[in-house]
Write a protein that binds this ligand. Structure first.
Ligand SMILES: [Fe+2]
Ligand SMILES: [Fe+2]
Length: 471
């Protein structure tokens, strides 16, 4: 499964054997390049960045590191190796051989799933395009660009599937990926979190922790798909995605560490005058990013999700780890909703209708791990305060909680009470202004901003003060 880099579009899918497909993708390629020039990282297109590039899709040694200019990054199409005799792992057709082509009856649903996933990839690049100008270090600048080029590659991954398996509609959808833009009033990205601004580096770390982690769960559910090319595509994307979440987890951790150091050094909880970020500000950023990321899981009760599960299109995260029949036809699961009277109702409902809720529950547990790690960092510095995840009903725009106002603790409150307390729960104007005031360029090897601790180690055994980006 070594990747062929002699082609215009590097790939491990024998693209040169399908001339029509190759020509179609080669026609899309300059559109992608134009989009990257216009909407990709602003101001660093001629810088040499120490990037990893996939050279193989095997377990070991798939990444090659070198200084490259981002527009010369070799975006391509890489699928994980096929699993011999792979069978459908869940739903009505469990046990049947997986599909190598798209069954007619599921064509629309599969195309929709691929388009929604694909749309998020360029969206995050657009959201992050100005951050390079205020990087807290060259190490962080390089990490931002690594995430950006790989999100670009994830777009390629989805565009390949659209071109290869969905004919003319697929080609039109591939073009539309470059026509919608994050936050655009007329033509926004499909999902809400991908139209939010990422105006500062704290937001970037929170985004890569919470929102890229939604990506992990969506890709994990699609990796179970009966449509084998989609499964193999998502499997390889997940390898790249792991690093994005590391950037977020370690980034937030380093900010927390620096805040705690300043608190102890100056014996105060208000470290803003010393150029740090207060823990209550960090908590408000956590609240915001957690809530908008939960919305990405859709309604906890969903007919679409039930249909996708029945058809074998989208499973649960790590489907084999569930101790049940993987058909869920006569199973029930617990569902908690919030009635119009503001009371919580718990009932047992058919499990298939609740697979979104299941996926989201696993995600919340995963998010909790990082919060615990950040709290250990605080404790290690001698600070007792603890970060927490807000209640899943807090500040939601999708699902059963969307019609209500809940506190971070999960109490249902009136709109007036919400308005009165909103600024203590979500990033307020003063938080955003302070965080923005700390942002500034740190573009020399070894230079690091005052509001964040240095990383524990560099990239690929290089030292922390390595010239990760040559401007
Ligand atoms: Fe991605
Ligand atoms: Fe990502």
């Amino acid at each position: 499964m070594t990747i062929d880099y002699s082609e215009r579009i590097p790939n491990n899918v024998n693209l040169s054997e399908d001339r029509r497909l190759q020509r179609a993708l080669e026609a899309w390629q300059p559109r992608f390049t134009n989009w990257w020039d216009e909407m990709g990282p602003a101001g660093f297109q001629s810088s040499e960045v120490y990037l990893r590039t996939a050279v193989d899709v095997g377990q070991e040694g798939w990444a090659h590191f070198d200084h490259v200019r981002m527009p010369e990054y070799r975006w391509g199409v890489f699928l994980s190796p096929p699993e011999p005799d792979r069978r459908i792992g869940f739903g009505d057709q469990k046990g049947q051989p997986v599909w190598q082509e798209v069954p007619g009856e599921f064509r629309t649903d599969l195309r929709r799933l691929i388009v929604v996933q694909g749309d998020t990839e360029p969206a995050s690049v657009e959201q992050q395009r100005l951050l390079g100008k205020t990087a807290p270090s060259l190490y962080d600048l390089r990490n931002l660009f690594q995430v950006n080029v790989e999100e670009g590659r994830h777009l390629w991954a989805m565009v390949y599937l659209l071109h290869r398996y969905f004919g003319r509609d697929g080609r039109e959808e591939a073009d539309a990926m470059l026509e919608r833009h994050s936050g655009d009033a007329d033509s926004p990205r499909i999902l809400g979190a991908f139209n939010e601004a990422t105006p500062d580096w704290l937001s970037f770390y929170m985004f890569t922790y919470f929102t890229d982690r939604d990506g992990k769960y969506q890709l994990g559910a699609l990796r179970e798909s009966a449509f084998d090319p989609l499964s193999r595509t998502c499997d390889f994307m997940l390898k790249e995605e792991a690093y994005h979440m590391f950037v977020g987890a370690s980034g937030v951790g380093r900010v927390a560490q620096r805040s705690a150091q300043l608190m102890v050094e100056h014996d105060t909880s208000d470290v803003a005058p010393y150029g740090g970020i207060n823990l209550d500000t960090l908590q408000r950023y956590i609240n915001f990013h957690f809530a908008v990321s939960l919305d990405l899981f859709g309604s906890e009760r969903s007919i679409n999700a039930a249909n996708y599960y029945a058809a074998g299109l989208k499973g649960r995260f790590d489907e084999t780890s569930f101790d049940d029949d993987h058909v869920l036809l006569d199973r029930e699961a617990e569902y908690q909703s919030l009635g119009s009277d503001g009371r919580f109702v718990t009932e047992r409902l058919p499990a298939r209708g609740l697979v979104n809720q299941e996926l989201r529950t696993d995600y919340v547990e995963d998010c909790q791990k990082g919060v615990r790690r950040w709290n250990r960092i605080l404790n290690g510095q001698g600070v007792e305060l603890q970060f927490t995840l807000p209640h899943i009903g807090f500040n939601r725009a999708v699902g059963t909680y969307a019609a209500h106002r809940l506190t971070p603790g999960g109490a249902v409150i009136t709109e007036a009470d919400w308005q009165a307390s909103r600024d203590s729960w979500l990033p307020n104007e003063a938080d955003r202004a302070h965080v923005l005031s700390l942002m500034g360029p740190h573009h020399e090897p070894g230079l690091i901003a005052n509001w964040i601790a240095p990383p524990a180690q560099g990239i690929n055994t290089k030292p922390i003060d390595y010239d990760y980006v040559r401007l």
